[in-house]
Design a protein around this ligand. Structure first.
Ligand code: ATP
Ligand code: LTN
Length: 335
């Protein structure tokens, strides 16, 4: 179905090379959506600095992630693909939304609790207010739909609450966005290969825990071979078998086979066979993406030009919302 009039917003932090978790949980949906909605896909770089970054590396990584978006098949002629820091309305709206957000609702956020533990030497106010900036990203474009992985459910709920709260106090201003989250068995939450109770994350200190989209084929195979599983040797999707269930989810995502069919296919076979096949499948799937990345990544001038053009388009869409918000609050009009 075509929903040309509907707006979709999503973003990934360029905090490292994307993992297959990001691909399955987010990008795969984006590729389908870009033909059906008015899409904005952002490199949410302002979110990245809530954790300390090396400036040189950060700049490179942001271009890496942009080139990866393109290599995966996101099309700048169909969607607006831009860097959050290039559109200043994001931080302007975030400040305003900060002023209608309660301290208590932010201190309940799981990601904040997680990250402040992991970066206990740098628990900054930005990390705390991160979900408010995310709400600003979404509300600024009057987004109808936000496709994200399961870990972002709580943040999306906050964005909806803030939209409703603002509308209630200052009059109808924002569209209240709907989340679009794949179920866990459909890849809403891909787990770490080393600790299948934890989500796969590109900033994991243990490289064996994730497959990134630029990992070499042999490295991919090795990481899957070493994936942590249980010891009963039965290939079955079950809550008490998080390692095997995760491998089944990944295999299903990259082959489009139903998990129940994969279970049948592997009846009587050992974990080794499944691990080898998942490794081969993922390595083969990523090969053309890696080739495309190698082609486009070197031309930084071109990449920047594309980002600048997109930022101009995003800015044009964002300004009217910001003006409306500022007017509703009672700021003096600008000259
Ligand atoms: P970081 O490790 O830097 O916190 P991350 O790898 O968790 O990052 P984000 O940039 O926070 O990734 O997330 C980008 C998108 O990818 C979000 O929509 C998020 O829900 C989705 N995503 C991230 N990790 C997973 C995962 N393991 N499974 C499914 N979706 C995921
Ligand atoms: N918080 C998200 C990234 C993110 C995002 C957004 C996703 C920032 N702004 C707006 C969707 C819409 C994350 O860490 N995964």
């Amino acid at each position: 179905m075509i929903h040309k009039q509907k707006t979709l917003f999503s973003g990934i932090q360029p905090s490292g090379i994307l993992t297959i978790g990001n691909y399955i949980g987010a990008i795969r949906q984006w590729l389908e959506m870009q033909n059906e909605y008015n899409c904005l896909f952002s490199l949410v770089d302002m979110h990245v600095i809530t954790v300390r970054q090396d400036p040189k590396l950060f700049r490179q990584q942001t271009l890496d992630v942009f080139a990866l978006y393109l290599a995966c098949g996101l099309d700048p002629n169909k969607s607006i693909i831009f860097a959050q820091s290039h559109v200043s309305a994001h931080s302007e709206l975030a400040w305003i939304l900060n002023c209608i957000t309660n301290h208590g609702e932010l201190s309940r956020m799981t990601q904040f609790k997680d990250k402040s533990q992991r970066h206990s030497d740098n628990v900054n106010v930005g990390l705390f207010a991160y979900p408010v900036l995310m709400a600003a990203d979404i509300l600024l474009y009057q987004s109808d739909i936000v496709p994200v992985g399961d870990d972002q459910k709580q943040h999306l709920e906050l964005a909806r609450n803030l939209a409703q709260r603002f509308n209630h106090h200052f009059g109808e201003t924002f569209v209240v966005p709907e989340p679009m989250i794949p179920k866990q068995a459909e890849g809403g939450r891909i787990m770490s290969l080393q600790d299948p109770e934890k989500k796969m994350s590109k900033s994991d200190a243990n490289q064996g825990a994730y497959i990134n989209l630029l990992d070499e084929p042999n490295k991919i195979r090795k990481k899957f071979k070493r994936a942590v599983t249980d010891s009963d040797n039965e290939i079955r999707f079950a809550e008490d078998k998080p390692g095997i269930s995760n491998l089944l989810t990944i295999y299903s995502a990259f082959t489009n086979k139903a998990i129940s069919d994969i279970e049948k296919e592997y009846e009587g076979k050992g974990y080794g066979a499944l691990k080898t096949d998942v490794g081969d499948t993922v390595a083969d799937f990523l090969e053309p993406i890696q080739q495309k990345f190698a082609e486009i990544r070197p031309d930084e001038t071109q990449l920047l030009k594309m980002l600048h053009e997109a930022a101009t388009k995003a800015d044009k869409l964002a300004r009217p919302t910001l003006n409306k918000v500022m007017d509703a609050i009672g700021f003096l009009p600008r000259g």
